[in-house]
Structures are given as structure tokens and as C-alpha cells.
Design a protein around this ligand. Sequence first.
Ligand code: ATP
Length: 237
Amino acid sequence: METSAALLEVRDLQAGYGASRVLHGLSLTLHAGETLVVVGRNGVGKTTLVETIIGLTDHHGGDILLDGAPVQALAPHLRNRAGIAWVPQQREVFPSLTVEENLQVVARPGDWTLARVYELFPRLAERRRNHGDELSGGEQQMLALGRALMTNPRVLLLDEPVEGLAPIVVEEMLNAIDRMRATGRMGIVLVEQKYDLALARSERCIVIDHGAVVHTGPSAALLADQALIDRHLGLSH
Ligand SMILES: Nc1ncnc2c1ncn2[C@@H]1O[C@H](COP(=O)(O)OP(=O)(O)OP(=O)(O)O)[C@@H](O)[C@H]1O
């Protein structure tokens, strides 16, 4: 039984792109300080879920509650102001601003400051005077995450944060996510194809198939259950 203590609650969500419905009655709960991993095969609706929470898809039904208050009618920037931050798959940074300007321009008061983001990503500190378009893919991803943190969100949505990164940068990102999780009361929704990496750094998981949740439970339990992994995440259907 979930109580009203949930930081983020999604109830019976139905959404998609135009006439095409992707999410069919999806529900989830996220608590403060918790990391919830979202896994599932390609094309099942993971990115659509994140984009619906932030307000970028066509919402057809269901509730998105932040601290019990519905946000589904709010424009994306208002959801962001309410405390939901998003790190998209395609790292969105301002190419003509420096690293430091990219971080400062979105800053809101809270625990996450420029100093703390630089502590998390020393590479960004080294690159503080470089422009967004002078960064490597990995550095752009660090900057995209740093920007989200600078807004001091209550809920952080991470969509495949290590996709397409070189192995050494993947290490750096995962390390940062581990340290980020260890601090504060932020709730994190982590969408990840590499389910083993994601399950190892989360409390709970949901598995999505055809736009709905087909499994939910502790991440450690799914990681230990190869039959369940094969059924929900294996290559064969
Ligand atoms: N911008 C869009 N416009 C129309 N349809 C889209 C759009 N983005 C995704 N879709 C469709 O929505 C469905 C779900 O896609 P989504 O990207 O949410 O899946 P996913 O689980 O994140 O997959 P992947 O792991 O490949 O990123 C797919 O059928 C996809 O073609």
C-alpha cells in the first residue's frame, strides 16, 4: 500500500504522440531519496514516460502527482519550476555559452551549487571557460546533468545517461550518479538499457512492456532472477 508520502506518483497514465498512443495505463511511485530504475526492451515507452512526466507528449489520461499535487496540466517549464528536472537523451546544452554560464543560467537556490557540481565533475571545472560546442560527448553529458542539478530539483529524470559514451566516461558518469545518490533527498528516475548497471544502483525497478508496467519490485531481486530478466528483458519475446 502506497501512502501520500510519495514524492512523485504516476497513476494510470495514458499518453503518446499525436494519434499514436504509447503509454496504456502506466503507474509508478517514487519516494524522496530513492532511485527507481525503468527498464524494458527497445521501443516499449521508457522515453515516452519520461517525456510525459516533463510534459512533452500528448497526455490522454491519468495523473502525475508531485507531493500529491497534480502537475499534468502544467507547461513543461512550470513542472520544472515545481521541482522536476530532466536530463534528455540528446544532451541539451547551450553551445554558445561557456560551461560555467550554462550552469549559472539555470541555477536556483539549494544544496547544489557551482562548487558542488564541479566537485562531482572535476572535468567541468577544468572546462569552465570552454563553450558548449567545444566539449566532447561525455563532457556534454556531464554538463547536461550538472545543469539539471543546478536547478535543485526534487525529482531528477535521467534518460539513458551513459548511452554512446566511451567506457572511461561511462565509469565517470556512474561514479557521479553513485555519489549523487548518496546525498540529499532527491528522488531519481533512471531509464537505462544496460539494466545490470542500473539495477545495481537503485532501490526499486519497474519493467515496462507495451506502455504498461509488467513487473515492479526491489532491484536486487530482479538482478538475482535470471528467469525474470530473460522473460522481460531478454532478446526473445
Ligand atoms: N517523437 C515521437 N513521435 C512519434 N512517435 C514516437 C516519438 N518518440 C517515440 N515514438 C514512438 O513511441 C514508441 C515508444 O518509444 P520510446 O522511445 O518511448 O521507447 P523506449 O522504451 O524509450 O525505447 P528505446 O529504448 O529504444 O529508447 C515507439 O513506437 C516510438 O516509435
